[in-house]
Design a protein around this ligand. Structure first.
Ligand code: PLP
Length: 394
């Protein structure tokens, strides 16, 4: 890495020298092999001692270049790259806890992370408390001597509530715990959580960092010491990413900054337009001037919009909601986010369907809420499409 160049220039020109390769392909090739053969036992011993490529689940060239690129983006020493975001989350939590540990987790998190916390960890005698992270004093009051992990997303799903990463890092470290942060909704293009004190930053690479909705992957970035522990668990649980998915995601990463900056900018514009529409009851995006999170947004993202995710609430009329979705010509319902095209999801029927209505409402999630992953369309086209579809509520 050349400190005189921007992160993006460094990413495009990152070192891709692979042991023994004398050719200089302009794009990094796909090594579609399950193993690398050795000529004799001396070579085998050297390969083990020097951590060369032997068996693909252990190490391989495509995962190596991807891991180095993500470490560069997240400004971390090392990165474990897994076959999905859940693989990175699972490996990280299991690497950092033991029977008897306590985990303090933001209750507003991705549904399947919630399930690991509440259904899997207790079976291994890890005590988990799910609480609101809106107030750091409240988080502090739940810390225990055996708290090993403080876990949160930078921006929650679907209400896009930000968490005060620097304050949480201080609090976790004062108590000898690690702060683990899921950066999927925000991405390292908008924030590098490690620079704010987080110990591990996790991404579902399936989303914005790959950006093309054609591969699954996940990552956990931190110090070499912590990532060695995560990698050990990940390797044994069989979740390291395949060469092909690594190759696709590495290709997607080359344009991550260009895409995510534009998507975030589009989200800022769409949030402002939805806010001005009389049929929209509420809009959640930290860039909105009247958002209670505006000051925290400035602290975390400076003048950047922070995230290309937003949510908004329309009247609870199911027939009109169906008509609204059908009238949209650009945004489509899809069970993913972070792709090139704008997609919608409906938290009450997807991520939060298992919660009772009253609990959902307490979190601010109503049947009229949509979550939007803003794509790369021209902002004016998107705004016109949403405004036109919202006329069904006239
Ligand atoms: N973290 C967040 C915030 C997510 O939204 C998701 C999936 O939607 C995940 C983690 C899990 O990622 P994956 O589907 O790649 O396992």
């Amino acid at each position: 890495m050349n400190p005189e160049y921007s992160m993006n220039t460094n990413l495009l020109h990152s070192k891709r020298d692979i042991q023994g390769m004398t050719l200089q392909p302009e794009t990094f090739p796909l090594f579609a092999t399950a193993a690398f053969s050795q000529r004799n036992l001396s070579d085998v011993k050297r390969a083990y001692n020097e951590k060369q490529f032997t068996y693909v689940r252990t190490r391989n060239p495509n995962r190596k270049v991807l891991s180095e690129a993500i470490s560069l983006l997240e400004a971390g020493e090392d990165t474990f790259v897994s076959s999905s975001g859940m693989g990175a989350i699972f490996s990280t939590i299991f690497a950092l806890t033991d029977a008897g540990s306590h985990v303090l987790c933001n209750r507003e998190i991705y549904g399947e992370t919630y399930e690991i916390m509440t259904e899997i960890l207790p079976r291994f005698h890890v005590e988990v408390e799910m609480i609101s992270f809106a107030d750091c004093a409240e988080v502090a009051s739940h810390m225990k001597p055996n708290t090993k992990i403080v876990y949160t997303e930078v921006a929650s799903n679907p209400c896009i509530q930000l968490t005060d990463i620097p304050e949480l890092a201080k609090l976790a470290h004062k108590n000898g715990a690690y702060l683990v942060v899921d950066n999927t909704f925000t991405s390292p293009i908008n924030i590098q959580p490690l620079a704010f004190g987080a110990d591990i930053s996790i991404n579902s690479l399936t989303k914005f960092l790959n950006g093309h909705s054609d591969a699954l992957g996940g990552s956990a970035t931190g110090t070499a010491e912590l990532i060695a522990k995560v990698t050990a668990v990940g390797k044994l649980s069989g979740v390291p990413i395949t060469p092909y998915d690594s190759w696709l995601i590495f290709r997607g990463l080359q344009t991550a900054a260009l895409r995510i900056e534009k998507q975030t900018d589009n989200a800022v514009k769409l949030a402002a337009a939805l806010k001005a529409n009389p049929h929209v009851e509420a809009v959640c995006h930290p860039s909105l001037p009247d958002s209670p999170q505006n000051a925290l947004s400035q602290k975390l993202f400076g003048n950047k919009g922070g995230t290309a995710m937003l949510s908004f609430i329309v009247p609870e009329d199911s027939a009109k909601i169906d008509a609204f979705m059908e009238k949209l010509t650009l945004a489509r319902y899809a069970m993913t986010l972070g792709g090139l095209r704008t997609t919608l999801s409906h938290p009450c029927t997807s991520s939060h369907h298992a919660l009772p209505d009253a609990e959902r409402r307490a979190l601010g999630i109503t049947p009229g809420m949509f979550r939007v992953s803003v794509g790369l369309e021209t902002a004016e086209d998107l705004i016109a499409d949403f405004n036109n579809a919202l006329t069904v509520f006239d």
